[in-house]
Design a protein around this ligand. Structure first.
Ligand SMILES: [Zn+2]
Ligand SMILES: [Zn+2]
Length: 115
């Protein structure tokens, strides 16, 4: 199973560039490359919106950005957390996607996300 890997310029890049153009310093060491794009973490067969993980507000509330051609939306979602029951419990890794995601847990992908 492969990642979707759809990439888009990040929704916040315009804002940061506008701040910088307006004379508001964003720091010379701002990691432009790291935040220039978002990459879809869902499986390659999914439909509708793309989704990229942004961060954790709490163990049960993760922030994702989802996007379609119409624009970006920020959402808070429960983590999936599913584990592979066929793997030794000591070596199991919880799925890093959100609950009720399209088929394909994070530990089922055989490729890397393309940053
Ligand atoms: Zn996608
Ligand atoms: Zn999952």
């Amino acid at each position: 199973m492969y990642h979707c890997n759809a990439s888009s310029p990040s929704p916040w890049l315009d804002l940061i560039e506008a701040l910088a153009a307006g004379g508001i310093p964003v720091g010379e060491d701002f990691p432009w490359d790291l935040y220039a794009h978002v990459v879809c973490e869902l499986c390659s067969q999914h439909s509708t919106y793309h989704a990229a993980y942004l961060g954790e507000l709490s163990p049960v509330s993760h922030v994702w950005v989802i996007w379609e051609s119409g624009g970006f939306t920020y959402v808070m979602l429960r983590p999936c957390g599913a584990v592979d029951p066929t793997v030794n419990p000591v070596q199991r890794e919880a799925c890093t996607l959100f609950a009720d995601h399209w088929p394909g847990h994070s530990w089922q992908f055989t490729d890397m996300l393309q940053d």
